[in-house]
Design a protein. Structure first.
Length: 340
């Protein structure tokens, strides 16, 4: 059946999931809630007039510079404001217009009508008299997660006045969740290494100095807020260390664990200057074997960003560190000598 999902029995109740033009899933059991799927960036139409009303400043416009973590990820699902009364009225009008004739089975069409009636029993006239005074909240799902994790938030719709705090319930957006969503929106500069000697001039047993420009890697702050409710959180990501992995066991790291900490000047490592050829670099690599036949060593650099947050009430906290990786292909040559 084109454009539709098969009807599913969930806990003995009928829940219909439809592929609407903007990929919304309507939960008819609970009165017209939209299962709004997709990245939780609050951007664009995500379901029959629904839009996640979370404002990010600045808002991520691409995946470049996104933080990663091997031990933690932002929420798989949560409840957030989605529709005004006028948008909810338009949503139901669209639903009833699309699903009222074949090929939809009569029992499914009737289920839609019954769900619409139940919704109006709870919210007469779609709360149109309260336009501008509040919003309908619903579930938002992150497509980056497996479906079973996304579905930990059940389908539901509820109303919250702008003057009232959101209910304190699992998965409902609060300042902690806003901070986690801001973590997800954080974009930092690429980890572009400065090297001396340059990549194509490496020699066996010659230390290579590695550093990052401190001015380029300043702290990055992102605010996530529910503007109509006056609720916000800010995260600040600060670079703290650079881990080097030389791409071969035949190498010596500086320092020996390969972790270069940020200095008081905000720089990681130090630029090489003339006259320091006999010194060990504070951050760097010394390769013990040359690469041959056009090969190279993948030097991986992982910059770790420490993330903290604060909210509009003055609460503060920590979030897991985020990492950004970069890999440089290094060719190492033998040192040529002439014996007379």
């Amino acid at each position: 059946m084109t454009g539709a999902r098969r009807a599913l029995a969930v806990a003995g109740a009928l829940v219909l999931a439809f592929s609407l033009p903007s990929h919304a899933w309507a939960d008819l059991r609970d009165g017209g809630d939209s299962d709004t799927s997709g990245d939780s960036d609050g951007d664009g139409d995500i379901g029959a007039g629904a839009q996640v009303r979370i404002r990010f400043t600045p808002e991520a416009t691409s995946p470049e510079g996104a933080l990663t973590s091997s031990v933690w990820r932002p929420p798989a699902c949560y409840y957030a404001p989605l529709r005004t009364p006028e948008e909810m009225e338009a949503y139901w009008a669209d639903m009833l217009a699309q699903f009222h004739t074949p090929p939809w089975p009569p029992e499914d069409v009737q289920s839609i009508r019954d769900s619409h009636e139940r919704f109006l029993e709870e919210y007469p006239d779609y709360n149109l008299e309260q336009q501008g005074d509040g919003a309908f909240w619903g579930v938002v799902r992150n497509d980056d997660y497996p479906l079973e994790e996304q579905l930990k938030c059940e389908y539901r719709t509820f109303w919250v006045d702008f003057e009232d705090p959101p209910p304190v319930e699992p998965f409902v957006v609060d300042t902690q969740v806003l901070a986690e969503l801001a973590w997800e929106q954080t974009r930092v500069p690429d980890t572009e290494l400065s090297l001396n000697p340059d990549v194509g001039e490496q020699k066996v047993n010659l230390p290579m100095w590695v550093w990052l420009d401190g001015a380029r890697f300043a702290p990055v702050t992102v605010r996530a807020e529910l503007p109509d409710y006056g609720i916000w959180s800010e995260t600040t990501a600060t670079p703290v260390s650079l881990r080097l992995e030389p791409g071969t066991e035949d190498a010596v790291l500086y320092p020996s664990d390969g972790v270069c900490e940020i200095g008081s000047d905000g720089r990681i490592g130090e630029p090489y200057t003339a006259g320091r050829a006999g010194e060990d670099p504070p951050c760097g690599v010394r390769y013990l074997r040359a690469t041959h036949d056009g090969g190279s060593y993948p030097l991986q650099a992982t910059l770790t960003w420490e993330v903290t947050w604060q909210d509009y009430t003055g609460n503060t906290g920590d979030l897991p560190d985020g990492n950004v990786d970069d890999t440089v292909e290094v060719t190492v040559q033998e040192i040529q000598t002439i014996v007379r």
